[in-house]
Design a protein around this ligand. Structure first.
Ligand code: SIN
Ligand code: MN
Length: 210
C-alpha cells in the first residue's frame, strides 16, 4: 500500500501506512524485547495515585510519572538505568520528522504497550527542555498492532477534539505550532492488528528531543 501523507493541521502530518509489514515485524520484535527484558515495561503510577492504562518503557531518558521530569534512572519505579534509543530508531524517527518538514535528531523514546483496555487521557507533551518546545521540535509517533482511536485537540484543554484512527504502520508527527496540542487515546480496537505481526494489542513509540 502506498504511503498517504495527510497534513491535518499546521505542524501536523499523518503518514498513513508509512512502515511496511517486514519493518513493522522487526520493530515489534525489538519493542517486545524492551518490554519483556530487564528494566522492562511497568505500569506507572501518576501523581495522585492513579495507575496509567499502559505499560511503559523509556529509552534515552526516563519520564518520571510522579514528578513529570526526565531523568537517567527510573526513580519512581525500580531505579534501573535507562537504555539508549537504538541508533536505527533515531535514524527512522529523524527520517519521519524530515518527511514532515522538521530537522531533528530525537534522543528519547517512550514506548507504550496498550492491551484491549489500554488508553491514555488527554495531555500535552511538555516535559522536554523548554528550548525544544519553544523551537517546536516535533513529537514523532509510530503505531504498531491494533488500531487506536487517537484524540487530537487544540493547545487548550477545552478546544474541540478530533478523533483519528491510527493504524499499524502509521506515523504521526506534531511540531511547530502543533507541538503543545492536547492528545490522548480513547480506546484500542481489538483484533485489528495485521495478522503477520502476531500481536493482540498495540505498541506506540513517541520520539522527542529532550
Ligand atoms: C502519547 O501521547 O504518549 C501516546 C500517544 C499514542 O499512544 O498514540
Ligand atoms: Mn503524549
Amino acid at each position: 500500500m502506498a504511503v498517504t501523507s495527510v497534513a491535518i493541521a499546521a505542524g501536523t502530518t499523518w503518514l498513513k501506512d508509512y512502515l511496511r509489514i517486514p519493518e513493522q515485524r522487526a520493530l515489534v520484535e525489538q519493542c517486545r524485547a524492551f518490554m519483556d527484558g530487564p528494566a522492562g515495561g511497568y505500569v506507572p503510577t501518576v501523581r495522585g495515585g492513579g495507575r496509567m492504562r499502559v505499560r511503559m518503557v523509556c529509552l534515552g531518558r526516563h519520564w518520571n510519572a510522579l514528578t513529570y521530569k526526565y531523568e537517567p534512572t527510573r526513580a519512581d519505579h525500580d531505579d534501573a538505568p535507562v537504555a539508549p534509543v537504538p541508533e536505527e530508531w533515531v535514524a527512522m524517527a529523524s527520517r519521519i520528522a524530515h518527511e514532515a518538514g522538521f530537522d531533528v535528531e530525537p534522543d528519547l523514546c517512550i514506548l507504550n504497550w496498550y492491551d484491549a483496555d489500554g488508553r491514555m487521557g488527554l495531555h500535552q507533551d511538555k516535559d522536554e527542555r523548554r528550548e525544544s518546545i519553544e523551537a517546536g521540535l516535533p513529537v514523532v509517533s509510530i503505531s504498531l498492532g491494533d488500531t487506536a482511536r487517537f484524540l487530537f485537540g487544540g493547545s487548550r484543554r477545552r478546544e474541540p477534539i478530533e478523533s483519528l484512527l491510527l493504524e499499524s504502520g502509521d506515523a504521526f508527527v506534531f511540531g511547530g505550532p502543533a507541538r503543545l496540542r492536547y492528545h490522548g487515546v480513547s480506546r484500542i480496537i481489538p483484533g485489528t492488528a495485521p495478522p503477520e505481526l502476531g500481536i493482540e494489542g498495540r505498541f506506540n513509540l513517541t520520539f522527542r528531543k529532550y
